[in-house]
Design a protein. Structure first.
Length: 173
């Protein structure tokens, strides 16, 4: 491979002075949810306290920095279905999902990563609801039938939530 000197006969200078650098004035985050999420939450309220609480917990979880710790989810799933989180992921077979945005990825490892990311957020919100003493059965049915833009990009079924629904409904029913 030729260098710039070989191609142009002289080397080019790649130095940028401080005054040449673009300046960005980004607002500082205060840790509170964005106005868009607040507006969304107000517009999505259904009047069902358990469903509205789930949406609130879901938005809160989406705002937080992703954590690899699944101990809360493990405990929740053990209590409800007798599986830990990794067993749940294996049971769900995310590599075989091709609906929704999963179909955009050919590599099975990417589908699995996407599933793990989404399912952790959804399950953490369910953990919050369960700790509050809400009936998970009611929440699962409503989430599945209601249009939730943070969960589903379009009306219909979302594959990650469907896997959670299938695992939890199988045992709860």
């Amino acid at each position: 491979m030729k260098t710039e000197k070989d191609i142009f006969g002289k080397a080019l200078h790649h130095n940028m002075n401080k005054e040449d650098k673009p300046k960005f004035d980004l607002p500082k985050r205060d840790g509170s949810p964005s106005l868009n999420h607040r507006d969304f939450f107000v517009n999505t309220k259904t009047g069902k306290p358990y469903f509205d609480a789930y949406i609130g917990f879901l938005l809160k979880r989406k705002e937080e920095v992703e954590s690899e710790d699944t101990s809360r989810i493990d405990e929740f799933l053990k209590k409800k279905v007798g599986l830990n989180y990794e067993e749940f992921v294996n049971y769900s077979k995310p590599e075989e999902i091709v609906e929704d945005s999963y179909g955009l990825f050919r590599r099975k490892s990417i589908r699995r990563s996407l599933f793990k990311f989404r399912s952790r957020v959804y399950l953490e919100a369910l953990c919050d609801l369960d700790e509050r003493g809400e009936d998970i059965q009611l929440v699962l049915d409503d989430i599945r039938t209601e249009y939730v833009p943070t969960l589903k990009k379009h009306e219909g079924k979302e594959p990650t939530f469907e896997a959670i629904y299938a695992a939890l409904k199988k045992v709860i029913n």
